[in-house]
Design a protein around this ligand. Sequence first.
Ligand code: TYD
Ligand code: MG
Length: 448
Amino acid sequence: MAKQKILFECENCGYISPKWMGSCPSCSEWNTFAETVEKKKESKKHKVDISKTEQRDIVRLSDVRTAALERKSSNLQEFDRVLGGGFIEGSFLLLGGDPGIGKSTLMIQVAERCPNMKIFYVAGEESASQIKQRALRIGLKGDNLHIGSVTEVRSVIESARRLKPDLLIIDSIQTMYSDDLSSLPGSVQQVRECSAMLQQIAKKEDLTTIMIGHVTKEGDIAGPRILEHMVDTVLQFEGDKNHFYRLLRCVKNRFGPAQEVGVFEMKGNGLQEVLNPSQLFLSDSGHRVSGNAITCVMEGSRPILAEVQALVSPSNYGTPQRTASGFDQRRLSLLIAVLEKRAGLQFTGQDVYLNIAGGLKISDPAADLAIVAALASSLQDRETPADTLYVGEVGLGGEIRKVAFPEQRVREAEKMGLDNVVMPKTEPMASIKRIKLKNAARISDLFR
Ligand code: TYD
Ligand code: MG
């Protein structure tokens, strides 16, 4: 096959140039040129003779026949939950996450749980013996796991055609390359080209494919967003290096609900499913101090109880510190301002530290009320009432707003043995039996 000609394309406006340029003559943007391969001239093919347009190209929607989506379980409950019930045959998935978070481990564990699935694992990052070591830790015999160490995309596709696996795992897409391009593996062009070829094969041959991808510092999956458009499902594996829990989050899903999360814990023998995450994030010391409050955040359709910890102490420096971990710092400043203005508390000259226990990161506005309660509790050095859940969004006027899914949150609190809920007035909740609801409309109500 003749080598294809290398061209450069402006990623902003699509201008094609035979050489790389710093600034695009068409749209004047800087640094937008990326390598691409010349598209084959298919002039004859592209001249459409309308009279000969085959009828099969156009179908009436009502005539489209669909098989019911058949899902293959991974036998990992938390993984299935995130996928929406299991793998769909021929689906094309992207699994992103920081290095060392456990992406390869998760894939090996799927192999361990599915002994009847023939799995082709393309290992670009590690040697077969390293994978064997990991597999031994997890207890995988590995009769169903075939390891390939070639990373040239055409060879991978050839091998997959010969092997006919049920599942193809690419670890990682950044180590794959195509001979057609001169750029290095991991460059935007290589990632894009290789994914496009893998996508074709996944769709054409109904081969379920999972590509592992690294995330950049900014949190985007390296090899730009274009990858996210190409795949059916985007999964993000998140967690904190200093904590053992891991969240598997579905960012996009063409075959099920997005934003669903699965919770795992990294143990010595691999990832363990956490079926009751609230337990993981509530501290169970039984030792109560001021500055703590419990809230319930929604992760996908799952309510998870979380503990907010605030520490307010006199500042030694001119400008008091405002530090938040697991929570947006600007939102913390805003809530402090609301407390000062609407509840008459004074944080001047006080350092404020806020922490979400267990390393959880929360962005659900329903946590506002617990943060406000924790801040006030620490400032006044008075414990919040025991076994109480705080749920509500705090507005700038000091009003407490309703949140989504109130009943699920309260039910979770009841399940975890809490006795009281402080929240804005809501419709009656039929499924709530034991827990006591205390309505609060304004943050000043907290101090009554
Ligand atoms: P790995 O799956 O290699 O991460 P990724 O593919 O996302 O880069 O996981 C690596 C980390 O997980 C490593 O720091 C060791 C830890 N680990 C355990 O704690 N227990 C285990 O059983 C395994 C296999 C790994
Ligand atoms: Mg890995």
